[in-house]
Design a binder for this molecule. Structure first.
Ligand SMILES: Cc1cc2nc3c(=O)[nH]c(=O)nc-3n(C[C@H](O)[C@H](O)[C@H](O)COP(=O)(O)O)c2cc1C
Length: 376
């Protein structure tokens, strides 16, 4: 019987208990000293919302639109590779959740379920996330395959020209496929429930590549995603194009001029550059540079309903959730995810009511009391 997982800290605690250390650290870890990951959280904590009282509150309306499509909630699920390590069949749980709840779901190039299956099971809610790990032509061919599968939204991730070493992964000898040394053997043996369930479901492979796990080298350069590639991709991809991993206003401005539909502000949850500024401070700067209307997606460090509202107030049009989704799945599978999402909705409602608002669409900079970044 799964325990109630209505808060991200409880979900994380249970995930840590249930997952082999190597898997928990792959999800939870970050680059370097993990400073960027903690700065994401620290700066979000320093964004203060302005409580307002005596408003005539109506039943809450958490729906909004993003790029002309209705979204039932102001958030979606960030693309993450190898989710099935958190829970057997996690990808499909996410797909059916996205379909039922009307949430955008990022499907990673490195997903453990094929992009075709994910699109179908998500009822068309899935966005395909593209890594250019081989030649530009191979990248364009993968985008073409996504278009054929029906995807109308492509997310090009540009902040992994090279995968940053994550000290916890290095220490644990994390690699795909797993290399079974004595250390890994003990780690799996002391987590028999996870090990048996994962073995039973079939060890997760990289389903978008013919060679399975062998078809995609996690450590190969992904620097094929350059300006020239973006231009070619924009010329070829007829659907909505989002560029993920943008932190600098100059880059944002240039990308916006290239006719992309949205920019996804993110520092990859602190998993790439330990010295990166917080993603929320970059969001604030980029919003100032691009003006109030250019569509911006945001992730990195978002854990609660208050965090979502803070990101919206700092200029995001849609907020994506990363690690906490995997904590909730690892903690309790589908039931765990549902409990956690129910908690998140409740937090959104409470936060809105504290701001004197009934509709999430009404959140804006006027709801900020103070921020840790210069206004101007
Ligand atoms: C386990 C894991 C795998 C990830 N895999 C990908 C990926 O394949 N493609 C990608 O664009 N981002 C990937 N990311 C980054 C997420 O999309 C997102 O930017 C990040 O998790 C947000 O930060 P948060 O975890 O603090 O919410 C991954 C993140 C995690 C935790």
């Amino acid at each position: 019987m799964a325990s109630p997982v209505n808060h991200h800290l409880e979900a994380r605690r249970l995930a840590q208990k249930r997952l082999p250390r190597m898997v928990f650290d792959y999800i939870d870890g970050a680059a370097g000293q993990e400073t960027a990951a903690s700065t994401n959280a620290a700066d979000l904590a320093l964004v203060k919302l302005a409580p307002r009282v005596l408003a005539d509150l109506q039943p809450p309306d958490l729906g909004m639109a993003f790029l002309g499509k209705p979204c039932a909630l102001p958030f979606g699920i960030a693309p993450m590779g190898m989710c099935n390590l958190a829970w057997p069949g996690a990808d499909l749980v996410l797909a059916s959740m996205a379909r039922q709840m009307g949430l955008p779901l990022g499907v990673s190039t490195a997903a453990s379920t094929s992009l075709e299956r994910m699109f179908k099971d998500s009822g068309g809610q899935a966005w395909f996330q593209l890594y250019v790990s081989g030649s530009a032509d191979a990248g364009l061919a993968l985008a073409q395959r996504a278009a054929q599968a029906g995807y109308d939204t492509l997310v090009l991730t540009v902040d992994v020209p090279k995968v940053a070493p994550r000290p916890r992964d290095v220490r644990n000898g994390f690699q795909m496929p797993f290399r079974m040394g004595p250390r890994q053997f003990v780690d799996f043996a002391v987590h028999p429930r996870w090990s048996l369930a994962t073995l039973w479901a079939g060890a997760p492979a990289l389903a978008n590549f013919d060679g399975g796990t062998a078809g995609f080298d996690r450590h190969a350069s992904r620097a094929g995603a350059n300006w020239a590639f973006l231009e070619r991709l924009r010329g070829q991809w007829r659907g909505r194009l989002i560029v993920k991993g943008v932190m600098h206003p100059d880059d944002a401005e240039r990308i916006a001029r290239m006719g992309v539909d949205a920019i996804y502000v993110s520092n990859h949850g602190g998993r790439q550059l330990d010295a990166a500024p917080s993603a929320i401070s970059a969001l604030h700067q980029i919003r100032q540079r691009l003006g109030p209307n250019f569509p911006l997606v945001f992730d990195s460090g978002v854990r609660t309903g208050e965090d979502i509202v803070k990101a919206l107030a700092c200029g995001a049009h849609l907020v994506m959730l990363g690690r906490p989704v995997l904590y909730a799945l690892a903690a309790g599978g589908e039931a765990g995810l549902q409990q956690w999402l129910a908690g998140l909705r409740e937090e959104l409602w409470v936060t809105l009511s504290q701001l004197g608002l009934s509709r999430i669409q009404d959140v804006g900079p006027q709801n900020l009391a103070s921020t840790p970044f210069p206004q101007g």
